[in-house]
Ligand binder design. Structure first.
Ligand code: NAD
Length: 488
């Protein structure tokens, strides 16, 4: 079946496809062509209510199953998904534009996350305490209840898969709301995961559906991966409900600090990969660069050459290295940042104009002569644009890198062990990458700093976040005295 034939989606609640309760629908557009590839209902309060009630109804049975059984069910889902990698990758590329190979890598990463949580979930455990003689004191994790999983569009299958698996293996049931920009891959993911009715429900729609879900009194924990603005709203709603936890993985303005003594061509390759992968639409994209004056000129030349060598096109074409942005709204955000910077004195070294052709294309763009007063150096751009500021020392680079309200990730390139250690101590971020803008060992969970979020959204620690600990003190009851009234 083609993507288009699959294109009209409905909510999936308690194991059945449901029409939306309202009549409003949302079209999903292929950003490479502008073609409508799907339509979803714009879910509202009544749809959110149905989805949460289904999850609540399924919760007691699901929580009582052995964790190993939940893990086995998730492994079976992963096996089915492994047979659908190409299909999911194509749907994703048609929704958000990323090159097909990158899309497939994201789907594979998501399936890997399901397999990992299916394996480590049953090993998640509490603790035995050293209490008084004759007593047993333990700390046991319990599911929180119903999890609201609210996901963005930039790597939708990978992000959703990890959240779904971690929530379910710990005994929660879930309502998953994919982004309105990439709901088709999210819907197909849920369809393919064969689970007992009500354990995993799909709510379609935009921010209004997400808000109705988070506000629903039946939700116990909200996981949101997305923008700072939405994260603030979700945090406020959860705080006002007391007892409802918010786990927030939000945006960033990640710096790359380049020290003296670094090979400028290698630094440019690293910078281009960090800034232009997925057209700059990765939460940990390189969003601003501080380069040491001693190598600034050759570095900028090499970075411009890297940017100009990237093949931009439709993600379905195997030759494409960078696809379009997710939609025209994103092109507008990116172009406003670039134009405002240029108006304030920045030099556009390459790129800087949206493509004059169908589709939401923006070229790889390098800006120089920038400073911290410009939005492009302060606010998340989330596009294929990298501004470069020249600094007099590594220390100055670290200071400017730290002068931000965000704290998601940062990278440094340096031959100096001393400077690497200094960056590790001083940069206020959840993730630091030294001498490679990508990479990391499996299981690396981190807590974002500043407005970039709160709590662990990944790694084994997410299992702790999704459970509540109960401490139990147990003593033997005294033996009843013979003839006592209450012993009969
Ligand atoms: P977004 O916050 O606009 O949307 C994310 C999800 O929230 C969508 O499903 C949306 O419908 C929903 N939503 C919107 N308003 C809501 C509300 N009031 N209540 C509840 N839900 C609501 O973000 P986006 O534009 O889809 O994604 C891009 C952002 O995601 C970027 O800022 C990026 O940095 C961030 N991101 C962060 C990470 C991370 O791990 N830190 C990973 C990927 C993306």
């Amino acid at each position: 079946m083609t993507v288009l034939e699959r294109g009209v989606r409905r909510h999936l609640i308690a194991g059945s496809a449901r029409e939306g309760t309202g009549s409003e629908t949302i079209d999903v557009t292929d950003p490479a062509t502008g073609e409508v590839v799907g339509t979803i209902p714009a879910g509202g309060e009544a749809d959110a209510d149905a989805a949460v009630c289904a999850a609540r109804a399924a919760a007691p049975d699901w929580a009582r199953r052995d964790p190993a059984e939940r893990g086995e069910l998730l492994k079976a889902c992963a096996r089915v998904l492994r047979g659908a990698v190409d299909e999911l990758a194509e749907i994703q590329t048609r929704e958000n534009g990323k090159p097909l190979a990158d899309s497939a890598a994201g789907v594979e990463a998501g399936i890997g996350a399901i397999e990992q949580y299916a394996e480590i979930g049953p090993l998640h455990r509490g603790a035995a305490l050293a209490g008084s003689w004759g007593a047993v004191d333990t700390m046991v994790p319990e599911p929180r209840g119903v999890a609201a999983l609210i996901v963005p569009w930039n790597d939708p299958v990978a992000i959703a898969s990890g959240q779904i698996a971690a929530a379910l293996v710990t005994g929660n049931t879930a309502v998953f709301k994919p982004s309105e920009r990439t709901p088709l891959s999210g819907a197909r993911l849920v369809e393919l995961m064969e689970l007992p009715p009500g354990v995993l429900n799909l709510l379609l729609g935009d921010g209004r559906a997400g808000q109705a879900l988070v506000e629903h009194p039946g939700v116990d924990v909200a996981l949101h991966t997305g923008s700072v603005e939405t994260g603030r709203q979700i945090a406020a709603t959860c705080a006002s409900q007391l007892g409802r936890k918010a786990l927030l993985e939000l945006g960033g303005k990640d710096p790359l600090v380049i020290d003296e003594g670094v090979d400028p061509r290698w630094a440019a390759e690293q910078a281009a990969s960090g800034a232009f992968a997925n057209a700059g639409q990765v939460c940990t994209s390189v969003e601003r660069i501080y380069v040491h004056r001693s190598l600034a000129a050759p570095f900028i030349d090499a970075l411009v050459r890297e940017a100009e060598s990237i093949t931009v096109g439709n993600g379905m074409d195997p030759a494409t290295e960078m696809g379009p942005l997710v939609d025209d709204r994103q092109v507008d955000v990116v172009h406003r940042h670039v134009s405002d910077a240029a108006a304030a004195g920045a030099r556009v070294a390459t790129g800087g104009e949206p493509a004059d052709a169908p589709g939401s294309f923006y070229p790889p763009t390098v800006l120089t002569d920038v400073d911290g007063s410009m939005a492009i150096m302060r606010e998340e751009t989330f596009g294929p644009v990298v501004p470069v500021q020249v600094v007099g020392s590594f220390e100055e680079g670290l200071e400017l890198a730290s002068a931000t309200e965000y704290g998601l990730a940062a990278s440094v390139l340096t031959p100096s062990l001393q400077n690497a250690q200094r960056a590790a101590r001083e940069l206020p971020v959840g993730t630091l990458k030294i001498n490679s803008v990508w990479g990391g060992a499996p299981g690396g969970g981190a807590e974002p700093r500043g407005v970039s979020g709160t709590g662990y959204g990944y790694g084994p620690e997410l299992l702790d976040e999704l459970t509540r600990t109960k401490v139990i003190h147990m003593e033997p009851a005294p033996r009843a005295e013979l003839g006592a009234t209450d012993a009969r």
